[in-house]
Design a protein around this ligand. Structure first.
Ligand code: HEM
Length: 131
């Protein structure tokens, strides 16, 4: 069974995405990052992304994820807060621990595309330059 099936299928992933956004918008640190974002579109896009990723498809390029997030200044702390909300939500929905861990791993794979500073650090590493 792939990860999408283990989560209960596309409709379940849409429900998780909706609930995740409700929590992100209510979060005092993350909520303000979405003030200029058209949320109905975002819910569809992240849902599409997660459904694809959970089926093993890469539907959004690194460049596109970087461009979408760089302008909002998403940092490592924001990323960790989001991952925490997602973990709480999956656990609260009765998803087993192994499946939750696999979803978090999937999200973590894109950390350097979403977080502006990790991406800069990937490209320009002063430690490597001095070797
Ligand atoms: C860490 C906290 C995050 C915040 C605060 C955040 C915020 C945002 C915002 C504000 C946008 C809208 C960009 C715009 O249209 O102006 C966006 C787009 C998007 N985000 Fe995030 N994001 C986060 C993490 C993630 C993660 C972890 C993923 C997936 C691994 C993700 C996937 C996407 C996708 C697929 C889009 C739509 C890109 C497009 O198709 O144009 N985001 N995000």
């Amino acid at each position: 069974m792939n990860l999408l099936e283990r989560l209960g299928g596309p409709a379940e992933v849409r429900a998780v995405t909706d609930e995740l956004y409700d929590r992100l918008l209510a979060d005092e640190e993350l909520g303000p990052l979405f003030t200029s974002t058209h949320m109905p579109t975002m819910r569809v896009r992240l849902g599409d992304y997660l459904i694809g990723a959970c089926s093993g498809e890469v539907t959004v390029t690194a460049e596109r994820l970087q461009a979408a997030h760089a302008q909002h200044g998403v940092n490592d702390r924001h990323f960790s807060i989001m991952a925490g909300h997602l973990a709480d939500l999956l656990e609260g929905s009765g998803i087993d621990d192994e499946t939750t861990a696999d979803v978090l791993d999937l999200i973590a794979d894109r950390r350097s595309d979403v977080v502006s500073h990790s991406h800069v650090a990937d490209e320009w590493n002063p430690v490597d330059d001095s070797v």
